[in-house]
Design a protein around this ligand. Structure first.
Ligand code: C2E
Ligand code: MG
Ligand code: MG
Length: 395
């Protein structure tokens, strides 16, 4: 069998030689270059599954320019970025590569740790060299709009609930409702596999309507059973275009004798980008009626501080990409810290999502974060499991 080619592009010949040795020992075919121009002269098409180790800082053509050229090719190699510069630069380059739809296996800081590099090559070999984009495309594939319509009508959708806890005393304060699709052939499909389909095809309104109806019913049932929790639901951009939505929601809650304070609507920064005047009108009236409003995945979108200031949010949810790395990554930690300060300055409750371990919980407590949500507390669970979980919960 032909072995996987790995191209090594770095202006330091010693590093090229060292990494080539490691790659060869792993059964790959290394090809070293110290200048980008030479690489592009030699290679006009990369073999499927090829890897390129790319130094960002090189005198002739820098790594950013190389990525731009790779993005134009039909088959681009999977990339391992290396750089001796500030880790912020490395991170920005990684994001840029992903924007170009290049597959970035890792971003390594120099001096490159040989063990880490070897581990990466092994992990890549384990995926059969197919990489992440290939895997990502398979999610929810083959799901059709007709099936989705049927799913909404025939109650194939189901809500899972993920608890949220106050960090100060570990009390359960509420849960976020997360939709799943019990597909007759594909099993349980996660929202990333069908929510975008619904959003692209004008079905999100009926999906949200279904979700809110279920949440309100569940809320009533739990209240009746003596379980006092807040519930959060996710809504999309086009949900905040109907001017009568606040009235409809208020009426639904009143019919079910529920306090609007117990329902939080989560929307992402990107959802706010559309018709700002209409959405501000709707969001403001929702808050006036007492509903909670949360800005979800905060830090990943493009909202400006003035937008945040104008929209009447009561809660800020820090995106899990920052929270999950705050222990080992000082920049992620600074972002989390700043979000907590910002949220509190603007009089918002701050929730950290993606809390996966005790160390993260403890650090969030130290930083004064209000609520936590994540696998450390519990994974999303079916409604039936929630009351028992609450009974058994303790830190
Ligand atoms: P989200 O609102 O940010 O929800 C949090 C996601 O993070 C959930 O994924 C949850 O399972 C996952 N998560 C929670 N804790 C952890 C953790 O500690 N580690 C990791 N790695 N992940 C964690 P899920 O359920 O797959 O939902 C994905 C997204 O789909 C949601 O992100 C939300 O934007 C969207 N979504 C879910 N339900 C609905 C819905 O009813 N309507 C709409 N429009 N969107 C929904
Ligand atoms: Mg959410
Ligand atoms: Mg989120």
């Amino acid at each position: 069998m032909k072995s996987t080619p790995i191209y090594l592009l770095d202006d330091e010949p010693e590093l090229v030689a060292l990494l080539a040795d490691v790659a060869a020992a792993e059964g790959l075919s290394p090809r070293g270059y110290t200048a980008a121009a030479r690489l592009f002269e030699d290679v006009s098409a990369f073999e499927p599954g090829a890897i390129l180790v790319l130094d960002l800082h090189m005198p002739d053509m820098d790594g950013i320019e190389v990525m731009r050229r790779l993005a134009e090719l039909k088959d681009s190699p999977a990339l391992i970025l290396v750089s001796g510069t500030h880790s912020g630069v490395l991170h920005a380059a990684q994001t840029l590569g992903e924007e170009h739809r290049l597959e970035i296996l890792a971003a390594l800081k120099k001096p490159v740790a040989v063990n880490e590099f070897r581990g990466l090559l092994r992990a890549y070999a384990d995926t059969g060299g197919k990489g992440r984009w290939a895997a990502g495309c398979e999610v929810g594939s083959g799901l059709t709009l007709a099936e989705l319509d049927r799913a909404i009508l025939e109650d194939q959708l189901v809500l899972y609930f993920q608890p949220q806890c106050a960090i100060a005393d570990a009390r359960v304060t509420g849960a976020e409702a997360l939709v799943r699709w019990r597909h007759p052939h594909q099993g349980l499909v996660l929202p990333d596999g069908f929510v975008p389909l619904a959003e692209r095809n004008g079905r999100i309104g009926s999906l949200t309507h279904w979700v809110i109806g279920q949440v309100v019913r569940q809320h009533r049932a739990w209240r009746d059973a003596g379980l006092e929790t807040c519930l959060s639901v996710n809504i999309s951009a086009s949900d905040i275009t109907s001017l009568t939505l606040p009235e409809q929601l208020a009426a639904l809650l009143a019919d079910n004798r529920l306090d609007p304070n117990g329902l939080v609507l989560e929307l992402t920064e990107t959802a706010l980008m559309g018709e700002l005047v209409t959405s501000l009108d709707i969001l403001t009236r929702m808050r006036l009626k007492g509903l909670g409003l949360s800005i979800d995945d905060f830090g990943t979108g493009y909202s400006s501080l003035s937008q945040l200031h104008r929209a009447p949010f009561s809660e800020l949810k820090i995106d899990r990409s920052f929270v999950a790395h705050m222990i080992e990554d000082p920049e992620a930690r600074s972002i989390v810290k700043t979000c907590i300060l910002l949220g509190h300055e603007l009089d918002m409750r701050v929730v950290a999502e993606g809390v996966e371990d005790r160390a993260t919980w403890d650090l969030l407590a130290e930083l004064g974060c209000d609520l936590a949500q994540g696998y450390f507390i519990a994974r999303p669970m079916p409604a039936e499991a929630f009351p028992t979980w609450v009974e058994g919960w303790g830190l």
